[in-house]
Design a protein around this ligand. Structure first.
Ligand code: UDP
Length: 403
């Protein structure tokens, strides 16, 4: 069960709660529609599952619908996702057609008579083309748009131009060549969800035991979909260097998102690469979807690593910072907004395998570092990246857009 807003008082204080109610006042009874393409796996589903109930709790009538994709469609949109983050793509007419067809088909059975529509990510972006537009539409892009494949961007921009506002996660992702209002809203985590709530040591041990993760050595963990941009193979390289100096164990925990068909391929590659280490139980791969397990891992690991090559925001970083666990992460995208190197975590160049390893070794050897950065990490999240802040930012946006 999701928590009502009043349950957040203790964490964020009365001022924040009163301000949210104030901002919601003019929006009572307004119908808002969120559309994305998966209800589980990945950061967008994670955010919507707590944001939407909270919007309803404060009097805004928010719906959440999922675009009905097919395997072919998700294969194509994953290629789009990769190319938007700078990868290559062979942008054929067939791909464009299928992308449009699935959106058009969805529009034939999804009636929209809301006061505002919020479209998340590129999968449902063209939907706007298939409706008689009667309300403001927002494109909420969670992807790092700083260096997209130009041909693809030109194709997608065509739909984007129809939107009232485009929302991105960082100033760096704003597009100069897009003559549409662009705003920055930072993603956020729910401190009361099973993934982030306080849990006892007994629960932590129970879950680690259930997933056969021993605690006889320090754990280094990356929690991320098996995706090339999260660089799980690079994490194995880092781990090999660390393990030469300190006996420890690596956990790679990656569920399979419904809209990410590449997961199994990448998982297999990682499994082959770490075969010997997996046999020795020095590397543990997990593909189950379990929020309490993620919570337990983020609390019991000596270090959380996030070795992304590109990262729209990186909720896994936020989640680990909230738990006061030391984080060593790539200095890219939204991660750089969350960590100040040496103050509340550590930033490393994404391609610097040795740098990652050295940082992790120094944390494992000096636990006092972990304590200092851990406290600061939690405060940064409390101030900037909790769901109450995100709710407040969305209310501002809706107040500006809806008469
Ligand atoms: N996640 C999870 N289990 C996993 C891997 C990831 O629950 O095995 C969650 C993770 O805790 C976070 C979200 O999926 O809440 C990932 O969001 P992030 O912004 O880090 O990356 P994205 O997948 O959206 O690129």
């Amino acid at each position: 069960m999701r928590q009502p807003l009043e349950n957040y008082r203790e964490i964020v204080g009365d001022e924040v709660i009163a301000e949210i109610h104030r901002k919601a006042r003019k929006l009572y009874g307004k119908h808002i529609l969120h559309i994305n393409s998966t209800y589980y796996g990945g950061g967008v589903a994670e955010i919507l599952s707590c944001l939407v109930p909270l919007m309803n709790d404060v009097g805004v009538e928010a719906d959440w619908r999922i675009l009905h994709g097919t395997p072919d469609f998700f294969m194509i949109t994953k290629k789009f996702h990769n190319a938007l983050q700078g990868g290559e793509i062979n942008l054929t007419e067939i791909k464009k057609q299928l992308y449009l067809q699935i959106n058009e088909c969805f529009s034939t059975f999804c009636h929209i008579n809301h006061d505002c529509v919020i479209i998340h990510d590129p999968q449902p972006l063209p939907l706007i083309k298939f409706y008689k537009k009667r309300q403001p539409w927002v494109w909420r892009c969670h992807v790092d748009l700083s260096s997209p494949n130009e041909e693809l961007w030109e194709f997608l921009k065509n739909f984007t131009l129809r939107y009232d506002v485009v929302v991105v996660s960082s100033e760096k992702f704003k597009k100069r060549d897009l003559p549409v209002e662009q705003r920055v809203i930072h993603p956020a985590i729910d401190p009361l969800s099973p993934k982030n709530m306080e849990i006892s040591d007994r629960i932590i041990s129970k879950y680690l035991k259930k997933f056969r993760i021993p605690l006889d050595k320090p754990l280094i963990t990356q929690i991320s979909r098996f995706d090339k941009w999260k660089d799980p193979e690079g994490v194995i390289e880092v781990f090999k260097l660390v393990r030469k100096e300190i006996d420890c164990r690596l956990v790679l925990c990656g569920n399979m998102a419904a809209d990410d068909p590449e997961g199994y391929q990448i998982y297999e590659r990682v499994r082959r690469k770490a075969k010997r280490l997996i046999e020795k139980k020095d590397v543990i791969l997990i593909t189950s979807e379990n929020n309490i397990l993620v919570n337990a891992l983020q609390r019991s690991s000596a270090v959380i690593i996030q070795k992304s090559i590109k990262e729209g925001f990186g909720l896994t970083v936020t989640e680990a910072l909230w738990k006061g666990t030391p984080v060593v992460a790539s200095n890219v995208g939204g991660i750089s907004l969350q960590i100040k190197d040496g103050e509340n975590g550590f930033l490393v160049d994404p391609y610097d395998t040795r740098g990652f390893a050295d940082r992790i070794i120094s944390i494992l050897q000096n636990p006092e570092i972990a304590e200092k950065t851990g406290k600061a990490g939690k405060e940064v999240v409390r101030r900037n990246f909790l769901i109450t802040k995100l709710l407040s930012d969305y209310l501002d946006l809706l107040n500006d857009l809806i008469e």
